[in-house]
Design a protein around this ligand. Structure first.
Ligand code: SF4
Length: 252
């Protein structure tokens, strides 16, 4: 049986504090203190960085992809193509249960009047279910994304039984760009069409030069997150690129 999660997270951070992103990823996938690990990926604008790292170290790592059934056709094509190119052998596409969709969003219009309920139905609940058998999941969270992320560690306690791993915690946008260029990684086709952040089709619009990269997500509404990340059991969000004061933060 594994030691308690706080002990393991503290030990992992002590052990790998000075490691680079790829090394942290390698340790995360191999260190017994992390237990069973999955990568959660949206196959969005920057997702290919972590997917590539995983493919080099352990291509059989479970990769969880939440298909909301509202994604761009380009995202679904990109997911298949990137998985094939990188040789990822355990990509798990998950969706909400059909019975729940029939009950709560039978005509696929829930996003028009309650985006939080729609995200919970189509993203958060299916993901939580998919993660239930894992001890840890890898995220793309980075310090530069929010003031209260400024000190995030590579390893974090998420729940009493699960940790989050943030190999890119110290990276900036330029590091992501450089990694993708250096490794000649395929870009999501919508990036070149003005979508620097890509979610569901009904809730994603193009971003003008100079706008925040996430300005096209839920444009015109107060919503800035889908609820996949939690602190203390509550979904977290960010406004205008910075985490809100009530301990909320930006997510995929
Ligand atoms: S991003 Fe929009 S369509 Fe997608 S789950 Fe959330 S509200 Fe629904």
């Amino acid at each position: 049986m594994l030691p308690d999660i706080a002990t393991r997270v503290a030990a992992l951070n002590d052990r790998y504090r000075h490691h680079a992103a790829v090394a942290v990823m390698e340790k995360a996938l191999k260190d017994p203190d992390t237990g069973e690990v999955a990568l959660v990926s949206s196959f969005g604008a920057e997702s290919v960085v972590l997917l590539h790292m995983v493919s080099l170290i352990a291509p059989g790592t479970p990769v969880i992809f939440v298909d909301t059934l509202m994604l761009f056709r380009e995202t679904l094509d990109y997911q298949r193509e990137v998985s094939r190119q990188l040789g990822l052998t355990d990509v798990r596409t998950i969706t909400a249960a059909q019975a729940m969709l029939d009950l709560e969003d039978p005509d696929n219009t829930l996003h028009q009047f309650n985006t939080d309920a729609c995200c919970a139905l189509r993203k958060t609940v299916p993901l939580e279910k998919a993660l239930s058998g894992f001890d840890a999941w890898i995220t793309g969270r980075k310090r530069f994304q929010a003031a209260t992320r400024a000190t995030i560690d590579f390893f974090e306690v998420e729940t009493p039984t699960r940790m989050k791993i943030n190999p890119l915690a110290h990276w900036g946008r330029e590091d992501l760009e450089e990694y993708m260029v250096q490794n000649r990684l395929p870009r999501h086709p919508l990036v070149a069409q003005g979508y620097p952040s890509i979610g569901c089709a009904p809730c994603t619009s193009k971003v003008a030069p100079g706008e925040d990269p996430r300005a096209g997500r839920w444009r015109g509404s107060q919503k800035t997150e889908c609820g996949i990340h939690f602190i203390g059991g509550k979904a977290v969000r960010v406004k205008n690129g910075m985490q809100e004061p009530d301990n909320k933060e930006k997510v995929a």
